[in-house]
Ligand binder design. Structure first.
Ligand code: HEC
Length: 305
């Protein structure tokens, strides 16, 4: 019983289970596990950057991208590109969350930015075969459609032969493409009642997309966060530090998830995301290094600290 003044049994047990006392094979396994968590997290950051930097239409990841993605923004459209105002059938099908997006992202980042940029610029015939439309070395919009879409969207034997971009699987035809790429041909897009000329609304992500990422993330991240927190409890760090840093990643990730949903209705909640992300990353990193340190350099001595 803890109330008779004796040390709490849990802390004694934790002490005996200290990572530094684990046999070498276990220490190797745990080291690799936490190292992979660390690299996995870095990979997630890279993915985050590349997926969202263009959310607001501008390169570089800013809080505006976050806002576009989770809440939606209205942006000014460049003067001469009045064609941008109206979405095309093709564009609405390849924006994040739309049904053809996955075929586009099956290629690389260059495919995505090329087709989107070409469509947003009004699907001009003059730039259809232009390479390096956005960045040096990018393919042309024609190449992207040939590589990513023609397989199904061809009149000859495609799965979607009724909406073809070319007569057969080898040939893209600008005229055919233009039927779907023409600005103003969108049909699914939620009719934007208060759309103003010269402005367009970007985002937020579709509800379907939000459900998808929510369940994937919510059923996976807390699992390794919990395992890591458990390992961290077995380091030689003082109880005070364990109390502060131990629960931090789990709290941060819970706040982050809540923010995704709350920010949809009010941008007031966007700061939650801006704070939770870094707090999660930093506390996770601290726990990883603490675990590695304790595994290999920790004192085996049962006396605390
Ligand atoms: C694996 C086959 C397949 C590929 C590859 C594919 N699509 Fe589709 N596409 C379909 C099917 C099936 C539908 C009908 C279902 C739907 O609308 O989601 C469709 C529908 C569409 C529509 C709506 C057509 C209409 O009825 O108005 C557009 C636009 C479209 N796709 C564009 C694209 C673009 C752009 C690409 C390449 C980035 C692409 N698709 C790649 C199979 C494909």
């Amino acid at each position: 019983m803890a109330d008779d003044g004796k040390p709490a049994p849990l802390s004694v047990a934790l002490d005996q289970l200290r990572l530094s006392r684990w046999p070498t094979p276990a220490r190797i396994t745990v080291s690799l596990f936490v190292a992979m968590l660390g690299f996995g997290y870095l990979g997630a950051l890279g993915n985050l950057y590349h997926r969202h930097e263009l959310a607001d239409g501008q390169p570089g990841l800013t809080d505006n991208d976050l806002k576009a993605h989770f809440h939606g923004i209205t942006v000014d459209v460049e003067d001469d590109a009045s064609d941008v105002v109206a979405m095309s059938r093709m564009l609405e099908k390849v924006v994040p969350g739309a049904s053809m997006r996955k075929h586009l992202t099956a290629g690389d980042e260059a495919d995505v930015r090329t087709l989107i940029a070409w469509l947003e610029q009004g699907a001009q015939a003059s730039t259809f075969q232009t390479e390096s439309l956005v960045q040096e070395g990018d393919p042309s919009a024609e190449d992207v459609i040939a590589g990513r879409c023609l397989r199904c969207h061809n009149a000859d034997d495609g799965e979607k032969a009724d909406t073809p971009y070319g007569p057969d699987i080898f040939t893209v035809e600008q005229d055919m493409v233009y039927r779907y790429a023409k600005p103003g041909t969108a049909v699914d897009t939620i009719a934007d009642a208060d759309a103003m000329p010269g402005r367009k609304k970007i985002g937020p992500q579709t509800l379907a997309q939000l459900f998808l990422v929510t369940h994937i993330h919510m059923l996976s991240i807390p699992v390794f966060t919990l395992i890591l927190a458990g390992l961290f409890a077995l380091t030689g760090w003082s109880t005070r530090w364990k109390t502060i840093i131990g629960p931090l990643p789990m709290i941060a990730i819970a706040v982050d998830f809540a923010g995704w949903w709350l920010a949809r209705s009010s941008e007031m909640f966007l700061p939650l995301l801006l704070i939770a992300g870094p707090v999660f990353g930093l506390s996770l990193a601290m726990q990883i290094f603490a675990v590695l340190g304790s595994l290999w350099f920790g004192s085996k001595d049962a006396n605390r600290d």
